[in-house]
Design a protein around this ligand. Sequence first.
Ligand SMILES: *Cc1c(COP(=O)(O)O)cnc(C)c1O
Length: 374
Amino acid sequence: MIHERIYVTKAAMPPFEEYAEAIRPLWDSHILTNMGRYHSQLEEKLKEYLAVSELSLMVNGHMALEMTIQAFNFPKGSEVITTPFTFISTTHAIVRNGLAPVFCDIKMDDYTIDETKIEELITEKTVAIVPVHVYGNVCNVEEIERIARKYDLKVIYDAAHAFGVKYKGIGIGNFGDASIFSFHATKVFNCIEGGAIATKDETLINKLYDLKNFGIRSQELVVSVGANAKMNEFQAIMGLCNLSHVESNRIIRKVLVKKYRELLTDIEGIKLMDSFENTEQNFAYFPILIDADNYGKNRNDIHQELLSHSIYTRKYFYPLTSDQACFKNKYMSLKLDTARLCADRVLILPLYPELPLEDVARIAELIRNNKVKR
Ligand SMILES: *Cc1c(COP(=O)(O)O)cnc(C)c1O
């Protein structure tokens, strides 16, 4: 039997007619961008959905992070403690602001920054912590908050994976000084491309407005040196359409995750992600860790084997950002043993609402049968 290719994800799209109908008014107004009507509508709806007080839309998640860091005006050369187990964007956003990333190790149970190792990395130059809610797993926000207060540091969360996640009933965008989200096509919620900053700080939101729109306040007044990172109306409408399906999609994801968990438990050498108390998850990713000593084959072997069945898994996040050609040996870090171990073993399995349960079963079976029997 020939199977179609299965990718690690498939961009969520509303029914064609729904989007086509929704963009029709743009042909009357000819207002395509510059904080139009749909831009405002989406900001309001997202504030509600994410349960945050202030939110600013951006053209993408990377610019949301880069500009949020920029808005704090840290002295050049300052140090920012962050995790190397993330998408390259996190580290780029720090370095592109003229700051030095300081890499902290992660924890084995949830892959987020190891808060017990942050304090030993703090120096006189440290100005901020940029943790990542990787795979939608919530960082230890309480402890990070305590450290930040003690040393007077800013905390900017990369919440690109954590759309819709709640911790103890609180929207994930309420922690730290700011959180950024990505609405890229591959994320649980997309605006084709897009992003946002959530914060309680109204001054920060105003600064970001200036940064994303050339510092223009009115036709004849430019108050600061900004760039262009505005979300356009086509993106905003895609967001509005997708937002109306996000909750039902989350429930489907949950069912798929449950199935994977059922079928993949108790395979020697395969570690599934823990499920966490106090967290309302978004089921964005399904990572497994493969321990070759116990499974008999390593992560790359499974990756290859699944590929031969037209199943495209991804090694997020290998290599660590600190090991990438552009950053290697340039910045400070303590031992990154856990991060490196996870990077060597992790594999993200396909997960998206349209993925048939039969395919989940087939993927799980391949992983089970592929194990070297002893
Ligand atoms: C996707 C992603 C980003 C960047 O978002 P874009 O919208 O693609 O620019 C930043 N950080 C992490 C962890 C991501 O996964």
